[in-house]
Design a protein around this ligand. Structure first.
Ligand code: FAD
Length: 249
């Protein structure tokens, strides 16, 4: 569970469904019994076929706080069992079973108003592709709280069109956002497109000497590469929290 919020099964209804990018969909669920969730949490969705066959998968929550609306963004994994249905089959008004909120260690809460800014460690968020969902929730919580934390988001994604929450990220004022486009960068970008490297990470992320807390999320291979480079660059392993979305190890 996320601190103080009981984990349970809930019935959820799809109240909004729209294309987020050409291969992903944003789903807004109304979950009347949802206890709220901290930024970074996830939930499990369980689907049941007419013959009783069940499949469940985890999805990060892109929203946080005490409300009963839950925002998800699902990327379609070609030939996947569950994601193609969530992206193309699920209809407005459909009901789903969800279990959560989950993820005690991969959450971030803005510090209270009385926190001493000098005592707050910077926070570096590093997202690969759909891994931005829980990190977007953290940055949005920071934007809303306007707390004294220095919070930065490094988002590695194929092209501007593939970015989740593009419009919302463009409005961020309290969060520094660095983009690392892997296939196509927008006109005027200062960096050519290409996969994130250790050197680019050293340049774009808060340095180890400032002892940031780091959250890394994305496909397994991305998370493992980035976490390894962070350690090589001198970051304390205990300061690095990771969440792997699956895919090639
Ligand atoms: C904590 C957590 C949070 C997650 N949050 C999100 C989220 O916010 N949005 C989101 O879109 N997904 C998220 N995922 C991934 C999600 O749970 C599923 O794994 C994904 O939707 C694929 O499910 P599937 O049934 O379509 O594919 P499957 O039928 O399970 O897999 C089909 C094939 O695709 C590969 N594969 C599985 N997952 C991935 C992946 N993520 N990337 C590339 N290849 C993959 C498998 O190895 C397999 O070869 C999260 C995973 C975890 C563990």
């Amino acid at each position: 569970m996320t601190a103080g919020r009981p984990v349970a099964w809930h019935r959820a209804r799809v109240v909004e469904a729209r294309a987020e990018t050409p291969r992903s969909r944003r789903l807004v669920l109304d979950v009347p019994t949802w206890p709220g969730n901290d930024a970074g949490s996830h939930l499990d969705i369980r689907l049941t076929a007419p013959d009783g066959y069940q499949a469940s998968r985890s999805y990060s929550v892109g929203s946080s706080g005490d409300g009963t609306r839950v925002v998800l963004v699902v990327d379609e994994v070609p030939d996947g069992e569950v994601s193609p249905y969530l992206v193309r089959g699920l209809q407005l008004g459909d009901e789903l079973e969800v279990h959560g909120p989950l993820g005690r260690f991969f959450v971030w809460r803005p510090p209270g108003a009385g926190a001493d800014p000098a005592a707050l460690a910077p926070v570096q968020l590093i997202a690969g592709g759909s891994g931005v969902v829980p990190l977007f929730a953290m940055a949005s919580a920071h934007e809303a709280a306007r707390d004294a934390t220095e919070l930065r988001l490094l988002y590695s994604v194929r092209s501007p069109e593939d970015a989740f929450f593009r419009e919302e990220i463009a409005t961020f004022e309290a969060t520094r956002v660095d983009w690392a486009f892997t296939r196509r960068a927008p006109d005027g970008a200062t960096r050519p497109p290409g996969r994130l490297t250790r050197e680019a990470l050293a340049e774009l992320a808060v340095g180890a000497e400032r002892a940031p807390r780091v959250f890394v999320c994305g496909p397994t291979a991305f998370v493992e590469a980035v976490a390894g480079w962070l350690v090589e660059l001198g970051h304390a392993p205990a300061a690095i929290r990771t969440e792997r979305f699956g895919g090639t190890p």
